[in-house]
Design a protein around this ligand. Structure first.
Ligand code: SF4
Ligand code: SF4
Length: 356
């Protein structure tokens, strides 16, 4: 059992937050503010927020904005950055503009000098500069992001106090009241920053704000139980009912997750969430196994949400030096998800919806 599962942490009164999403409508009832915390003990290849997985602030690149000034290269202590100049007067297709960053001095022109060409015709590029990062050398010291004038390298993840987060949350009190919304804490896995999560939940509840916790359930029960005292709704991921398949896809078996789920339903309203991933957990056998699990819970969860797998995050992987391993997996057809919803409704006898 690692330190995370045992609940050890060096809490400083601050949390590392990588996003605060106002007016969220998918993370619980009504209109909500969702706080995304960094760090996750699992390693799901389909993760829609890959920047949530590492616990520390990290760099994120936006190549299209790079102006080729080389300031990042100058400050990198590990020589992880290189500036590559392509030979001048190289013949390329104009679609290359989408794939590499351009120096300010780069000029794309057609043979008659008519400027940028977007039609896929062959054009001459006089100078092209690309800033490359050798991710295996980078230790996320963040120095390059601090000096980049074009915001072509930014920092994902920032230390914040509870008061700083709550200042944003409190801006939408009138929406929460009108829509029966509130605060959701998500990630990453909020249990990894459980003391900060606990302080946020307490602070929200003190102000009468509805609280939801979005978790993988992979953590210490003692900690989760403590958090549930201040949680109105638990959003609980069940990725696969078969532990070996769960382990192959996420790096950990599901025993602890399912054990915590059985305890959690007795303490809190639970919505189970299932990201439906073609070829992983959309088979008839797994559909039946999930239904069996749901109906074995006592009391039953209030809802099951089916979240169709999508590939919208694919480019984010490259931007943080990770490899997206699900490129070959195509999203399910809408019809298939609707069919699955009907099947689950008939098997589980609880409300089933299709989320995003
Ligand atoms: S974050 Fe990485 S690439 Fe950037 S300066 Fe530090 S080591 Fe170099
Ligand atoms: S990433 Fe930023 S600092 Fe580095 S070359 Fe591009 S614009 Fe300059």
């Amino acid at each position: 059992m690692n330190d995370f599962v045992k609940g050890k942490s060096g809490y400083t009164g601050k949390g590392i937050v990588f996003n605060i999403q106002r007016w969220a409508i998918q993370d619980g009832p009504g209109m909500r503010t969702t706080i995304f915390l960094k760090g996750c003990p699992l390693n799901c290849g389909w993760c829609a927020n890959p920047e949530s997985q590492r616990s520390h602030p990290e760099i994120m690149t936006r190549n299209i904005l790079c102006i080729g000034c080389a300031k990042c290269k100058e400050v990198c202590p590990l020589e992880a950055i290189s500036i590559v100049e392509s030979p001048s007067e190289e013949t390329v297709y104009s679609s290359m503009r989408q794939t590499s960053c351009q120096a300010q001095s780069a000029v794309l022109s057609d043979e008659s000098g008519n400027g940028l060409a977007d039609s896929g015709r062959e054009v001459k590029i006089k100078k092209e500069i690309a800033r490359n990062i050798n991710w295996s050398l980078c230790n996320d010291c963040l120095k390059c992001a601090e000096v980049c004038p074009a915001k072509a390298i930014i920092i994902s993840g920032e230390e914040k106090t509870v008061d700083e987060v709550m200042k944003v949350v409190l801006k939408d009190m009138s929406f929460y009241r009108r829509t029966k919304g509130g605060l959701t804490i998500s990630g990453g896995e909020p249990l990894m920053q459980w003391q900060f999560t606990l302080d946020l939940l307490k602070s929200a509840r003190k102000r009468g704000i509805h609280t939801a916790l979005d978790t993988t359930g992979f953590g210490s029960w003692a900690i989760l139980e403590k958090l549930l005292e201040y949680t109105n709704l638990l959003l609980y991921d069940v990725k696969h009912t078969d532990s070996s398949k769960h382990k192959a896809a996420t790096g950990a078996g599901n025993e602890l997750i399912l054990e915590n789920l059985r305890k959690a339903v007795k303490k809190c309203t639970v919505w189970i969430r299932r990201v439906v991933i073609p070829g992983f957990n959309d088979s008839d056998a797994e559909t039946e196994a999930l239904a069996q699990l749901v109906t074995s819970l006592d009391p039953l969860p209030a809802k099951l949400s089916l979240l169709p797998y999508h590939k919208f995050a694919e480019s984010k992987y490259e931007s943080i030096g990770m490899t997206y391993t699900y490129s070959h997996v195509e999203p399910l057809l809408a019809e298939k998800i609707k069919e699955l919803k009907k099947v689950m409704e008939s098997l589980c006898g609880i409300k089933v919806d299709i989320g995003k």
